[in-house]
Design a protein around this ligand. Structure first.
Ligand code: PLP
Length: 243
């Protein structure tokens, strides 16, 4: 086990190699992740639109936001080709505000929310991409499907009825702890669940398992080691958030 883990790349990006300018830093990190098989979602919540514009100017297109009103305001101000990811907890009554433009909703943690996204997408005559959020942490506060519950849901065929939804993969948040082996085990459990869902791809046309959204500023090396395809980084790119 130790040997296997030792082969993987755990080293974070050396802090001294990062540019001080936000746009350059974002481009550096994006390239670094791409070389390791993952795409960067630059988490811009509570950051000013100017910081997003700096990252955009140097090629960043995927941005993640947690709050509906803030996302709606920024979307109206910033370039139309930005791909907006909603990564926070989404209340069903707010889906309608982001449905017209959102690129990917990461935190879909219940069938009730799936149903509402499907309904709003149908009204707009579009398909909305989502990730199903799985509860992998050893903390009550993080939401998501229980793994067995999600397997049973997909096996039941219920997902196929939501024809305006495209499930692109899974999302998870690890426990907030310094014990990084636990964090990596939790990411491994998300990857394992994705593999267990593979048999249902053939019978579920709106299911793909291409994406694994896991890893933040404090744990992205562990997420990469377990095959993350989307890494959500805020602090590492933009610095501390203004509360
Ligand atoms: C805020 C947030 C992030 C980014 O966190 P950092 O530690 O600043 O990188 C990633 N994912 C989710 C779901 C978040 O809420």
């Amino acid at each position: 086990m130790e040997d296997l883990l030792a082969q993987k790349n755990y080293s974070p990006i050396p802090a001294e190699s990062l540019a001080t300018n936000v746009g350059e830093r974002c481009a550096q990190v994006r390239l670094w992740l791409e070389e390791r098989g993952a795409n960067l979602v630059a988490v811009s919540k509570l950051q000013p639109s100017e910081a997003i514009a700096d990252a955009y100017a140097l090629g960043q297109r995927h941005f993640g936001e947690n709050y509906v009103q803030e996302l709606v305001d920024k979307q109206a101000q910033l370039p139309a080709d930005i791909l907006w990811h909603f990564i926070g907890h989404l209340q069903t009554n707010k889906v309608k505000y982001i449905a017209p433009f959102v690129h990917l909703i990461h935190g879909v943690d219940s069938e009730k929310l799936l149903k509402e996204i499907d309904k709003q997408a149908a009204k707009l005559n579009r398909k909305i991409n989502v990730l199903l959020q799985v509860h992998i942490a050893d903390e009550e506060t993080k939401s998501g499907w229980d793994a067995q519950e999600l397997l049973a849901f997909v096996a039941s065929g219920a997902l196929t009825t939501y024809t305006n939804i495209e499930v692109k993969g899974l999302m998870g948040m690890a426990t907030f702890t310094d014990y990084l082996q636990q964090v990596e085990n939790e990411f491994a459990s998300l990857k394992s669940l994705s593999q267990q869902l593979e048999p249902y791809l053939a019978t579920t046309p709106n299911l793909s398992l291409k994406e694994l959204s896991m890893g933040m500023s404090g744990d992205y090396p562990q997420a990469l080691a377990q095959g993350a395809t989307l890494i959500r980084l805020g602090t590492l790119i933009f610095g501390q958030r203004n509360r």
